[in-house]
Write a new protein. Structure first.
Length: 118
């Protein structure tokens, strides 16, 4: 594991996930409430890229597809595929894959860059 520069601080918009690729991995980096977070960039439900429409709210990242939600600080699962409720399609497709937490990565800011330990 080593620290890698992944994105310039100036390129991050508050509460907007920024998708970055490091080797074969896709991550998102988020600046919210004065902190920087880095997580796996693909939704744990059906691998939607969270940088495309993912919503940051109350310290969580929510996937736009079926609204699976994870905490940014520890990756813990908050809600698994609840959308849409009627018809109950979300719950049906939610059963297509096992519930999982979102892998997270340590971050720090050095100079102009957010670094991720990966
Ligand atoms: S792909 Fe993200 S919630 Fe279904």
């Amino acid at each position: 594991m080593q620290w890698r520069d992944v994105v310039k601080v100036s390129k991050l918009v508050q509460d907007k996930p920024k998708m970055v690729n490091i080797g074969l991995k896709t991550l998102i980096v988020v600046h919210t409430n004065g902190s920087y977070y880095a997580t796996e960039g693909l939704c744990r439900h059906m691998r939607w890229p969270l940088g495309l429409g993912g919503k940051v709210e109350k310290g969580c990242i929510r996937c736009p597809l079926h609204q699976t939600t994870h905490r940014l600080d520890d990756g813990g699962l908050v809600e698994w595929s609840p959308f849409p409720m009627f018809p109950p399609y979300g719950r049906v497709v939610g059963k297509l894959s096992r519930k999982k937490d979102l892998p997270i990565y340590e971050t720090r800011v050095v100079g102009d860059y957010v670094q991720v330990k990966i």
